[in-house]
Design a protein around this ligand. Structure first.
Ligand code: DP6
Length: 326
């Protein structure tokens, strides 16, 4: 048995597009920041008396429920992969608890599969190092889970099955940044990332996105090393817009933004003109992550909550990676 805690993360440079579906390899590297309060805690108990895996999820503010359908299948497939490595067939009891609302536009699957990978490998006595854990989390299907293993600011490398893992590029206390999620829509996303990861090359703008990605990755590394918010912010916004342009122009297209998304984008840009430096990024949904210096967190949060389109906000600093809990 083992218990692990893993964070969600927000990508400054997005993973968008899967080059290899079998090994979950991306078209490009990505860079993210782990979130310090959006966590998943997972306990895995391998029990020879069990006939089947049981998976119990406790989402924020909800009663525990047993996972079914696709959600269950993804966990069982990942457990099978890890059991295979350990050479056992023992079934497991998995319980997982989330500290953040699942409707807030924060990818819960990254935290969930990072925590499951660490807890299950520890319980199986697999003794994996961080790179191996990150590769295994990547293969869970939720590629961004690879970035929830290492600590702080993290880069996931594009590469082959061995060289595509994530690694920390700076610890969480390197830079006091805040990510404030402005929630404009709590409905579950209708189009998952999984389908869209396979459609990217149908967009005529995908090659343009790829042509600029190495420069944006380099600028993001520099921005993090120098704690340069202007460079990070402008690069991050350009990358988010590029990802969404690909979505909107692929076949069939996906439009994740709604009127609330646009209201937050315009507000953030006008605050910047007034001297309040904050920047937006958006994942596969309508909610907007606003990044600013931690010293501006209260003011940005107050202004976001005053917008009629914003239902609530959720603030995070940079956080640690996945760890075992004793
Ligand atoms: C837009 O396939 O890793 O968040 O769809 O949550 O399983 P799930 O995630 P994944 O795709 C992540 C897409 C993204 C960008 C990113 O986090 O890099």
């Amino acid at each position: 048995m083992a218990t692990a805690i893993a964070p969600a993360n927000i990508a400054f440079i997005k993973y968008w597009g899967m080059r290899d579906e079998a090994s979950i390899l991306p078209y490009n590297g990505s860079i993210s920041m782990n979130l310090d309060t959006c966590l998943t805690t997972t306990t895995v108990i391998f029990d020879p008396l069990l006939k089947d895996d049981t998976i119990t999820l406790t989402l924020y503010g909800q009663h525990p429920h047993e996972a079914t359908g696709r959600a269950r299948e993804r966990v069982v497939t990942h457990l099978d992969r890890l059991r295979g490595l350990a050479g056992v067939t023992t079934r497991a009891n998995v319980t997982s608890v989330n500290t953040f609302p699942s409707d807030a536009g924060i990818a819960s699957s990254a935290a969930a599969f990072a925590a499951l990978t660490l807890a299950a490998t520890a319980a199986l006595g697999l003794n994996c190092d961080e790179r191996e854990l990150s590769r295994l989390a990547r293969r869970s299907g939720s590629g961004s889970a690879s970035r929830s293993i290492p600590t702080g600011f993290v880069e996931w490398y594009n590469g082959d099955d061995i060289s595509s893992f994530a690694e920390s590029i700076a610890p969480p206390d390197h830079w006091n940044l805040a990510d404030i999620v402005a929630v404009v829509d709590t409905e579950a996303k209708k189009i998952g990332s999984a389908e869209n990861h396979l459609l990217v090359t149908s967009s005529p703008y995908f090659d343009t996105r790829m042509a600029g990605i190495e420069q944006r990755l380099a600028d993001t590394r520099t921005a993090i090393a120098r704690r340069d918010l202007t460079l990070l912010g402008t690069t991050m916004e350009a990358d988010a817009v590029s990802m969404h342009v690909v979505c909107m122009t692929q076949t069939p297209p996906s439009f994740y933004w709604n009127a609330g998304t646009m209201a937050v984008i315009h507000a953030v840009r006008s605050w910047r003109d007034e001297g309040l430096e904050s920047y937006f990024t958006i994942d596969a949904g309508p909610n907007v992550h606003v990044i600013c210096a931690d010293t501006q967190r209260a003011e940005v949060q107050r202004r976001l909550e005053a917008l009629p389109e914003v239902q609530f906000t959720l603030a995070n600093g940079a956080g640690q990676g996945a760890r075992l809990s004793i």
